[in-house]
Design a binder for this molecule. Structure first.
Ligand code: PEP
Ligand code: MG
Length: 755
């Protein structure tokens, strides 16, 4: 049973669009259940009617013609009740509705199940039989399971099919794909699709700009792979017998002009770019081998895949070197990485779209720091087909518009212009302090990682750095940086901001931040080996980093050190001991300098409950609200499917934030926050009232928060906090905060400016 289910889902997954997917479903489900009829009705999102969309066993000429109004017939009943309807004799049911010309008169038994995706009824899946009988429990369970598994695939096919077909046919079909907000702002531009290194299955389709050049690149890549394989064979030399050697010749032969190589070349000549042609031909051959029954031949699929990947690697190397980016590039990828952001010249980069990840992924945080509008988790985007297409990104609402009509473009252009005007307005605040109407001052600091952040931050009037993510320079290398390399990087940061304070966080890897040269593979990475756990297990990495920081601080004295992911006092004591040891060591080496202030990030629930014990041991606490929210609410910050449950202003989070502030105050220690919440004007008002001493945020948010706090008084903020703390529901919290901003003329900082 499981095997049948899996095979059907696989086949449906491989379908080109919705009609093909539905045809496969009705055919395969009818076969699997041994019924006489299987049909699907799909709900038309505009009219709400259920359209007879595919059938095996009824009159197929009625496909796309016959339909039922919402609530009409047994189909309407299944959809309305959102549960199966299993009948021995369908016609005798009061809801039965006779549809002429379908040819269902002779079928008496009826089993219909709803197709539900993310709480929305997409359609109804039905099986019918002539014999009068109730379908048994196992049949019903099978159809329910089938429908639940297929719902996601159908939803995806519905969007990609509709979008993809129109686009490919050049019809300029318009479509809106919904993801989640990554970084605020609007971008109108041209898609450039980047594929992950050497993955045959995610190569975008694209027209060759110059067929001859593509053909040449392909031939050169083939030559390189042939040479590589020969070199491997030669290296193994005497270890192989002549028969084994012959295998290598067969391997090379696969690439020869007479077989796969020739097919790829002819696709290129027909206009496809080399990578696309290679991937299409290779996937076809891999499928062919995989379908074979004989296990030896089946195994050849692995060889073909390996060869294809090798050729693709060479092709990608030459393409990356030659890639040009249009003005207003919108970078599109299945999974955006920090390094792919760095490939596009900043003045050409207008926006980012990642099919995977969510607004709390680290790449989204970087995008916010860079001020690049971003949509994450756009799972239904047919991204591989979007090269050179015109797109609009709405980073406020997390939507992507493909082939937008001119009226829509104008609307977005208007918002874009307003945003620019607001940015210009805010520039005037650069040298003004962040002070409330009743004279309460709160310093606004920035979060940095890249050197580029430094200039931007200083331009925005940052008074210090509340979080320097040291893992960013580690992520952009192919090995651990040496102590001296680190010293230089840290020195640049410290010097750029001196005498303003710079809070350097010790290496925070693991979770979704894996170093290419130090991979950490775990089933539950966010609950695994990350942050301080890694560095305490590798004191050599930790000590080198601390020494580099202390040396970089010599003569400047604006360093602060901060420890991520502390879960208990033992970890903190151990880390403090290592820091003191490093300090003693550098003094012995003849360098000077005080031990800098040391702080702890409060980003796991355990640290909230032990905030006083932690605060007692250090100079400051800083809340990492991004992780704290994910751990308090048990919502993966990277998972688009649960992104709508990630509420930075959930009443439980608000309670935790207030408790930590109170704990730090009780111990007479400074309390800051460096999660994204600090950069949200609504969050900032509450944090001010809770008594946070410093708010650290991405530099793009800084002027907005400053403007918001300069327009309110501390007394009003405290009153608001008292009211909000009494609310039990996150929607009510947002409604109250929206009202507050509106009453203070700050409605432009409420999300969703474009709907
Ligand atoms: C946080 O968790 O809030 C934080 C600031 O750290 P990061 O986002 O780098 O995990
Ligand atoms: Mg964190």
């Amino acid at each position: 049973m499981l095997d049948t289910l899996r095979k059907i889902v696989q086949q449906v997954n491989a379908a080109e669009g919705l009609p093909e997917a539905l045809e496969i479903i009705v055919k395969r489900v009818r076969d699997a259940m041994g019924t006489e009829v299987c049909s699907v009705y799909m709900r038309d999102p505009d009219t709400g009617r259920f359209i007879f969309q595919a059938t095996e066993g009824l009159n197929s000429e009625q496909v796309g013609v016959a339909s039922l109004a919402p609530g009409e017939g047994l189909v309407g009943l299944v959809a309305e009740r959102e549960e199966p309807v299993n009948l021995e004799n369908a016609e005798s049911h009061p809801s039965f509705q006779f549809l002429p010309d379908l040819g269902e008169e002779r079928f008496h038994s009826f089993l219909g199940v709803p197709i539900i995706h993310q709480r929305e009824v997409l359609g109804v899946l039905i099986v019918q039989q002539a014999e009068q009988r109730r379908f048994d429990e196992s049949e019903e369970a099978f159809l329910v399971t089938m429908s639940a598994q297929l719902a996601g695939v159908i939803a995806h096919a519905r969007v990609t099919g509709a979008v993809g077909v129109g686009i490919l046919a050049g019809e300029g079909a318009t479509a809106k794909v919904v993801g989640v907000p990554g970084a605020p702002g609007i971008a109108i531009g041209t898609a450039v699709v980047v594929s992950p290194t050497a993955d045959l299955y995610s190569v975008p389709r694209r027209q060759a700009e110059n067929r001859r050049r593509e053909l040449r690149a392909f031939k050169e890549a083939l030559d390189c792979v042939r040479a590589d394989i020969r070199a491997v064979a030669d290296n193994l030399g005497s270890e192989l017998n002549p028969e084994d050697h012959a295998l290598f010749d067969v391997y090379i032969g696969i690439l020869d002009d007479s077989s796969i190589g020739a097919e790829v070349a002819s696709l290129i000549k027909a206009g496809e770019w080399a990578q696309g042609a290679l991937s299409q031909v290779m996937i076809e051959h891999i499928r062919h081998f995989e379908r074979m029954e004989h296990s030896y031949l089946k195994e050849r699929a692995v060889d073909v895949k390996d060869l294809g990947t090798r050729v693709l690697t060479y092709l990608q190397e030459s393409t990356v070197a030659n890639r040009t980016y249009p003005m207003n590039t919108i970078l599109v990828a299945e999974e955006l990485t920090a390094s792919s952001l760095g490939e596009v010249p900043r003045h050409k980069l207008a926006g980012l779209i990642s099919v995977r990840g969510s607004g709390n992924s680290h790449v989204a945080i970087l995008a916010r720091a860079m001020g690049v509008p971003t949509v994450m988790g756009a799972v239904d985007l047919p991204y591989a087909r979007l090269q050179d297409r015109e797109l609009i990104i709405d980073g406020y609402n997390g939507t992507v518009h493909l082939n937008p009509p001119s009226e829509l473009k104008q609307r977005f252009q208007h918002v874009l212009d307003q945003d620019l005007a607001l940015t210009r307005d805010l520039e005037a605040l650069r040298d003004e302090p962040c002070e409330t109407l009743d004279g309460h001052r709160i310093p606004l600091w920035v979060n940095t990682g890249l050197m580029a952040d430094v200039t931007r931050s200083l331009e925005q009037g940052a008074e210090g750095v509340g979080l320097y993510r040291t893992e960013v320079p580690f992520l952009l290398r192919d090995r651990f940086p040496t102590e001296e390399e680190q010293r230089q990087i840290y020195r640049d940061q410290l010097e750029a901001f001196a005498p303003r304070p710079v809070t350097m966080r010790t290496l925070d890897i693991g979770g979704d931040k894996s170093l290419p040269y130090f991979p950490i593979e775990e089933d539950n990475p966010f609950l695994g080996w990350r942050g301080i756990r890694v560095t305490l297990d590798h004191p050599e990495i930790f000590l080198a980093q601390i020494r580099a920081m202390l040396k970089a601080n010599e003569g400047l004295g604006n360093l602060r050190i901060m420890l991520p992911m502390i879960c208990n006092t033992a970890e903190l004591d151990e880390a403090l001991e290592l820091i003191r040891r490093s300090h003693r060591e550098i003094l012995q080496e003849g360098l000077s300098g005080e031990l800098p202030p040391i702080g702890v990030m409060v980003e796991v629930p355990a640290a909230v409950f032990q905030a006083r014990a932690l605060a007692r041991r250090v100079d400051f606490l800083s809340v990492g609200s991004n992780d704290l929210t994910q751990y308090l609410l048990a919502v993966d910050r990277n998972n688009a499917r649960v992104a709508d449950l990630y509420h930075a202003l959930h009443p439980a989070v608000i309670q935790a934030l207030a408790n930590v502030a109170a704990a730090a105050r009780a111990e007479g220690k400074s309390i800051g926050i460096c999660g994204e919440l600090a950069g949200d004007p609504e969050g900032a008002v509450l944090l001010l009232a809770m008594g946070y001493d410093v708010l650290s945020m991405n530099s793009t948010s800084l002027p907005r928060v400053k403007k918001a706090l300069r327009n309110i008084s501390m007394a009003e903020a405290e009153e608001l906090l008292t009211e909000v703390m009494a609310l039990e529901d996150v929607v009510a919290v947002h409604q109250r905060l929206h009202r507050f901003l509106t009453e203070h003329g700050l409605e432009q900082f409420i999300h969703n400016p474009v709907v």
